[in-house]
Design a protein around this ligand. Structure first.
Ligand code: SF4
Length: 467
């Protein structure tokens, strides 16, 4: 059987918002995970539209497409093309789970929720000639999952080929997050067996790893055993966690010892009212600045994530957020305009209040306002969002933030990481087009290497952030 797995691009490649490096970071891990359930005699191909042109002249028997909200249009077009050729179309992913009725119009079988149990069941049914129209994941387990089909991944086309996921979901329930919608009807947070996760790490070449888990520190027992097992593996890694997990116990020290050098954290907002309204309880009454200082003391760089447009946000939110990030030496900041994704508690709430202003899913990209705002107007919100990016990433602020670190090597690491990520678009384009991205991985590893005896200078400003 010939099976084609496709990840359609999340943005239009011709769009002015297309940043080649942003879309050349991680390979399509979810698809490579599903491909592991094929039989040895099956022929599999995996295409990622972010890094290659989809070959439409082939004739697979089965086409599996991963659908996100902003690629839904492209996913349905590809589905139509292959359906017309006589292929069987399987659609899965966040958007399919949120809007199954819409997806069912474009696919022969659709998958709701994670696919580790349902996809092998579908393959069995398909081979027997009686696939179901809809597969709903109600059993959730990662026990004994086969090794990811990394042989299908074109490693050279990604800056971070060694990405992996060892947990699924998250223990929290933020109203704006897809997590609860995707995992509805079963466990919302579960982990791989530690020895299997360590075996997956062992199979990955080189030094650098990027854990794409929503919250790597979410299960303390699992994370402790994982970090214990990683000691001596000589890895450097990046991951995501939460403010409360950074502040609780000594898990973050264990992570640092295992090689954690950079962490993504959802600070989201400084307003307690916004946190309460979004059910982001885990951030309430947490001292953001203490979390930042603890990470810097351990030599861990920070990517802070912030949401603009929550109901308590006013005109000052943009400057306040950018200034705090610079003063606290965040390495990178990721800003989002609040987006009520279909299926989420936020969408249901806004829909019931008649606040959804468009259902053009391509605008649900966290750069556009798609709902009736509260204290800010839609144009203030969009302008403020773009201003924040420009301001945080201007050279003077990058320099100012990096000089907050006491150790010169940490200052240089900060400069190289932030500048490299945002200021050399032309160079990235050249590297990508010439197939030379792989030469940047040792540079990234060097930037993420440990700085001995880090002592962080305290920021000048008073703490804003016990929220
Ligand atoms: S902590 Fe992050 S991943 Fe977890 S529910 Fe909240 S936004 Fe989603």
């Amino acid at each position: 059987m010939k099976v084609k797995f496709i990840l359609p691009s999340l943005a239009e490649a011709k769009s002015p918002l297309w940043r080649p490096i942003k879309y050349s970071l991680f390979p399509p891990l979810g698809m490579a995970t599903l491909a592991a359930y094929l039989d040895p005699g099956d022929e599999a191909i995996l295409q990622d539209q972010h890094v290659e042109k989809i070959d439409l002249n082939d004739s697979p028997d089965l086409v599996v497409i991963q659908v996100y909200i902003t690629n839904a249009g492209r996913a349905y077009e590809l589905a139509r093309h292959y359906r017309d050729q006589g292929a069987y179309i399987a659609l899965g992913g966040l958007h399919v789970t949120s809007l199954p009725e819409e997806a069912a119009l474009h696919g022969d079988s659709i998958f709701l929720g994670p696919g580790e149990v349902t996809f092998p069941q579908f393959l069995k049914d398909f081979r027997q000639g009686r696939p179901k129209k809809r597969y709903f994941s109600d059993q959730r387990s990662l026990a004994g999952i086969p090794p990811v089909r990394r042989d299908l991944i074109k490693r050279n086309r990604y800056l971070v080929p060694n990405s992996l996921v060892v947990t699924r979901g998250c223990p929290h329930h933020c109203d704006f997050c897809y997590k609860d919608a995707f995992f509805e009807g079963g466990k919302g947070f579960y982990v791989q067996q530690v020895d299997e996760a360590l075996a997956e790490i062992d199979r990955l070449p080189g030094k650098h790893l990027y854990f794409l888990d929503d919250h790597l520190l979410g299960n303390a027992r699992f994370a402790t055993s994982l970090f214990e097992g990683m000691k001596g593996m000589n890895r450097v890694f990046q991951a995501a966690s939460t403010v409360d997990a950074i502040l609780r116990g000594d898990l973050i020290e264990k992570a640092a010892k295992a090689g954690l050098r950079s962490v993504f954290i959802g600070f989201e907002t400084f307003s307690p009212q916004n946190l309460r309204d979004s059910n982001k309880k885990q951030n309430l009454k947490r001292d953001y600045q203490a979390a930042v200082n603890r990470l810097h003391d351990l030599g861990i760089m920070i990517n802070g994530s912030f949401v603009f447009g929550l109901d308590d946000d006013d005109q000052d939110v943009f400057k306040r957020t950018v200034d705090w990030g610079v003063e606290n030496a965040l390495t990178t900041s990721t800003y989002h305009i609040l987006t009520p994704y279909p299926g989420t508690a936020l969408f249901k709430q806004m829909e019931s209040q008649n606040r959804i202003t468009t259902r053009n899913w391509s605008l649900y990209d966290t750069r556009h306002v798609v709902f009736k705002t509260a204290k800010l107007s839609a144009s203030q919100l969009e302008e403020g969002y773009w201003w924040a990016y420009r301001e945080f990433y201007k050279w003077s602020n990058i320099l100012k933030a990096s000089l907050k670190h006491e150790h010169v090597r940490h200052q240089l690491k900060h400069l190289a990481y932030t500048g490299g990520w945002k200021k050399f678009e032309g160079l990235w384009k050249l590297l990508i087009n010439s197939g030379s991205l792989k030469y940047m991985l040792p540079v990234l590893e060097a930037i993420l290497s440990k700085v001995p005896d880090i002592k962080q200078k305290q920021p000048d400003t008073a703490s804003l952030q016990t929220v």
